[in-house]
Every structure is written in C-alpha cells, then in structure tokens.
Design a protein around this ligand. Structure first.
Ligand SMILES: CC(C)(COP(=O)(O)OP(=O)(O)OC[C@H]1O[C@@H](n2cnc3c(N)ncnc32)[C@H](O)[C@@H]1OP(=O)(O)O)[C@@H](O)C(=O)NCCC(=O)NCCS
Length: 449
C-alpha cells in the first residue's frame, strides 16, 4: 500500500541508519524452487519457463523498494490470468497521507518554483553536474534552463510536483524529482497520469536509499491530486518495463562526434569519406515545408490524434497540449509542418527537442548539441522524406547529432537515413497499471523528455 502509509518503511530506516548496501538474497530465483516444482506431482511448465525467463532477463536482482510498489512484478510476467489495468484502486483523497515522508535529519523538502529564475538555476546546476551520464562517463545530459521551464510547466501543471531536497544548514539543493500531468491512453482507456522525470540525487549522496523516498513523496503528491497512475522511463531495468527501446543516432557533424569519442571511424573509412557519407542537402526538399505557427495548432492536433490512435500507449493530446508541447520554442523544441502549396492544407508534421550533453574531459569541445526526434506524422509526404528534411534543418541549425528511438514508425526510416543503433536501452514503465503483455517499441506512441 502506498496511500496512507504512515509507517517508516525499511527504506527510510535505511537512510536514517545510513547503511547503503543491498544484501543479495541467494535464494531469490534460485533453481531450488524450480527443482522442487519439477519433483512435485504436477509440473507447472509455465511457471518454470517464467522463472527461467526471469533469471535470464533480470539476473536474479532483487528490488527491495520496487517489490513493495504497485508495479508489474517480474514474478507475474507472462501470467495471463491477471487482468490489464490498475493494480491498486484509488482511495478517497482525504485518506492520502497528509505529511511528507521523513527525510534524514540533515535534509528538508523544498518545492521548486520553476518561475523563479534563481530556483531554476539551482535545479539546472544540480542536474548539469549530477544527472544521467553514459556508461563510460564521457557525456552528461545538460538540459537547459529554458528546457526545464518548458518541460515542467505544461497545461494544468502542479507546482507541488516539482520536488527538491535541500541541506538544512546550507540550503544547497541536493536532490530533485518531478511530475507533470498528462492524459495517456492505454489501449482503449484514457488515464490521467503523472509523467515522472528528472530524478536526481547529488553524486555525494548516492546509494543511501534517498531515491525511494523521493519516489514515494512524488507519488503522495500525485495522489493528493486524485491521480493514481504514472509513466516514466529509465536506462536501468526495474519491475517491469512495458517496452524496451533503443536510441539510434544520425551523425550530422561526424568529425566532431569522432573527435569527442561519441562515434568511431568505421572500418575501411577515412574521415573525408565519412564526412561525405553523412553530407545532407543545403535546403529542405518538400514543397511547403515550414516552421509550425500558432495557427497550425488545430491541424497538428488533428494529425497527431489520427496518427497516435494506432498505438497501444500514447498521449491523448488536445489543442492546449499541442500548443504547449509542439509550438516551437527557441533551442527547446522545433516543429515543422508541410502546408500543401495548392490547397494550403497541413498534411505532415515533424518535431524534435533540444537536449545538449556536456562533454566531460575533452580539450577541444565542451558541449554536444543533440536533437531528439519527438512526434512525426506523415500523411502525404513519405515519413522518410519528412525526416530527411528534419535532418536538414537540424544540420542548418548546427546540431551535431540527431537521435531517435525505435518507437512508432521510426524503424521505417532509421537505416535508410543512416542512423546507427546506440548501445543504450531505454525502458518505459507505468506505475499502478499493469499490461499483461509487454509491447514492442513499434506499438508505443509516447516520447518522454
Ligand atoms: C537515479 C538515482 C537518483 C538513484 O539514486 P541512488 O542513490 O543511486 O539509489 P538509492 O540508494 O537512493 O535507491 C536505490 C533504489 O532506487 C531505484 N532506482 C535507481 N534508479 C532508478 C530510476 N532511474 N528510476 C526509478 N528507480 C530507480 C533502485 O532500483 C533501487 O530500488 P530497488 O532496491 O527496488 O531496486 C541516482 O543514481 C542518480 O541521480 N543518477 C543520475 C541521474 C539518473 O540516472 N536519474 C534517473 C534518470 S531515469
């Protein structure tokens, strides 16, 4: 139970005792239970298969926190007798725990007002020094202040969902987590959810079980708004992904990408051949391709609604959402439409958002300018040509790389437009909503920032 949970959980106790280590339970998922099943009168082949699958995919890892949460559990994977839908039913809002969860004595909760420039800078600084890095610690996401301002203030946002932790004595911001409201359709049902993002704990405070307290606190504040589900992504495997996607990368500035170690020169390739390989036309090719404007909002909403309806999980955007999420904001989000030169009808749409990464420890470069494919809808133009034009404008605007997940119909252009597969995976999750069967990335119509 998450709601009305007034007791100090093992996670909170752990923080207070500051013993960070998780002790692996040698019996978890071991062959002992499977062999006893085999020795029994009835052999439950399905459950044996499930255990083998589990052991292979999650390496017997225990999740002391996530096992207590209403999320799909690995042990239930493939159990078709459990229905799709909410795992726990909502309680009256009055029954939701009214006080914040306990933090260790040296720390206090703070609500971060993203309209306040000083607070926004504090959040930016925490994230730019402590947020997600690649496995080799060569790059770190560097979300801009303008991006954070945009990402955290969509229609109907709650200030109380922008949660920080400060050191009581110095007031230094040392941890952060956020939610923003969204309507997300899961198969036939539109569900009000929180999109949870920007979970970050200062490097010096890692492995002290602070993250579970942050997650419980954002959950509590989401419940206080009578919202009971959430969507989130992570690079790590947790119970249980609804799908697992891969990032693909399209070099726009191959020389820089190679110089900073983002990519390598291919076998039998010279630098000049590589530069030629990734060269793009100077100007976009589709007649009527232009920047999206406010007057395009209804047409873009229509295009998106039509396109997203075919995916199992996708946002349910209205005009207000489209105006916020897709109207261009300089260096934050770029959107283009194709307006038919004859009929003036808007027939196609593409977009990307801007997320630079800091380049750690390189003498010549400090920032990698990356565009991330967002939502794209092609009805008259081919998706291939539309995305080629997106690459062309990104190159004109001096991006170094264009990234895209293999979600929606992206597979149909990735290889042909010379994207290469990355090595990282991105797992998508739903909180308090079970999907019996995992989705393929192509069934997913949702991009989280
Ligand atoms: C992610 C981060 C906040 C976790 O904090 P931490 O100090 O490493 O871990 P803690 O000891 O506080 O908590 C560990 C628990 O959090 C869970 N956890 C770790 N990363 C998580 C994530 N990204 N999303 C949800 N839960 C996560 C762990 O699985 C573990 O729970 P479990 O025992 O049930 O498996 C921290 O590593 C960090 O700031 N990393 C850089 C930024 C980042 O990767 N953010 C997440 C982006 S998706």
């Amino acid at each position: 139970m998450v709601v009305g949970d007034n007791n100090s959980s093992p996670d909170e106790e752990q923080i207070l005792n500051s013993d960070p280590k998780v002790v692996p339970d040698a019996s978890h998922g071991s062959s002992g239970s499977s062999s006893s099943a085999l020795a029994g009168a009835e052999i439950d082949i399905e459950s044996v298969a499930r255990r083998i699958q589990q052991a292979l995919t999650v390496g017997n890892k225990q999740h002391r926190f996530w096992e207590t949460q209403p999320v799909g559990q690995f042990k239930d994977a493939g159990d078709t007798s459990i229905p799709d839908g909410p795992i726990e039913q909502p309680t009256p809002v009055s029954a939701v725990k009214q006080e914040p969860y306990n933090l260790p004595g040296l720390y206090e909760w703070t609500t971060c007002d993203m309209d306040d420039d000083h607070t926004c800078t504090e959040v930016y600084t925490l994230l730019s020094n402590n947020y997600v890095e690649d496995d080799e610690n060569m790059f770190r996401f560097n979300y801009s202040k303008e991006f954070l301002h945009w990402a955290l203030r969509p229609p109907g946002y709650f200030k109380s969902w922008h949660i920080g932790v400060r050191v009581k004595a110095s007031k230094k911001l040392v941890a952060f987590i956020t939610g923003v409201p969204a309507r997300i359709r899961v198969r036939d049902e539109v569900v009000r959810m929180a999109e949870v993002n920007f979970l970050c704990v200062h490097k010096k405070l890692r492995s002290k079980r602070l993250a579970p307290v942050m997650i419980k606190e954002v959950t509590r504040r989401v419940h206080l708004e009578n919202i009971w589900q959430a969507a989130y992504t992570a690079g790590v495997v947790l119970p249980t992904p609804i799908t697992t996607c891969r990032y693909w990368h399209r070099s726009l500035n191959p020389k820089k990408l190679i110089d900073v170690g983002f990519s390598r020169l291919g076998a039998r390739m010279t630098m000049s051949r590589t530069i030629r390989l990734y060269k793009l036309p100077e100007a976009t090719m589709t007649p009527g391709f232009r920047k999206m404007e406010l007057r395009d909002v209804p047409a873009v909403t229509r295009l998106l609604k039509g396109y997203l309806s075919q995916f199992a999980v996708a946002p349910d955007f209205d005009d207000n959402d489209v105006e916020h999420w897709l109207l261009p904001v300089e260096d934050v989000v770029d959107s283009y439409v194709v307006e038919s030169p004859e009929t003036h009808e808007v027939t196609d749409f593409c977009s990307f958002y801007t997320l630079p990464s800091s380049i750690l420890n390189n003498q010549n470069y400090s920032v990698l300018k990356a565009a991330y494919s967002y939502y794209n809808v092609a009805t008259k133009t081919s998706l291939l040509q539309l995305m080629n034009d997106a690459l062309i404008v990104a190159k004109q605007k001096d991006y170094d790389v264009f990234n895209a997940l293999d979600v929606m119909h992206n597979e149909t252009f990735l290889k042909e437009l010379k994207f290469g597969p990355g090595d990282g995976q991105l797992h998508y999750y739903l909180y308090n909503y079970r999907l019996r069967n995992a989705l393929t990335p192509f069934e997913l119509g949702l991009v989280l920032l």
